[in-house]
Ligand binder design. Sequence first.
Ligand SMILES: [Mg+2]
Length: 187
Amino acid sequence: MRIGLDLDNCIADLWGSALPHATEMLGVSVDLEDIVKWEMWECMGVTRDEFVRFHDECLSGAVVVRPVLGAIPGVKTLESEGHDVTVVTARPDEFAAATFAWLSTHGMDHIPLVTGATDKSAAGPWGAFVDDNLDTCMLLSQSVELVLLFDRPWNRCESLPGNIRRVRTWDAVLDTIRGHIIDARDR
Ligand SMILES: [Mg+2]
């Protein structure tokens, strides 16, 4: 299956890695659990411009971004199970080199990378897609059979369409994709 994978907060633990540095870089102290909406600056008590500067500095190497727990072996497992994976990120193209370098550091430089992807459906077609942005997942769910919403404080909601599955770990990503393939085979 062709699987699209969002990078930040699905594979790269951007906010888990960066927020501890918000104190020295932004002068605010904020925990991951405080970020309860996508407009993160509103949860951090800074302006949008201050937030964008912080975000861009983090992507430019001001902080060491760790992988999400289980993501690197998880991506390898998807490949070993025969899936065709692509990293699809909305990170602007100016961060393409830094993003490729990060993937390379983590042994993923052979994986196709799409940057500047504001419409992730357009980069498809996808059999499945993993993302932590609720709006992106809702849009993807119109054309993608299985959408996995990687659980984060900013994407909690009351209910989801049937083809969006909330996942909390990379083990759950793998199990959900395997289950979907078995169900499709039995259909
Ligand atoms: Mg993301």
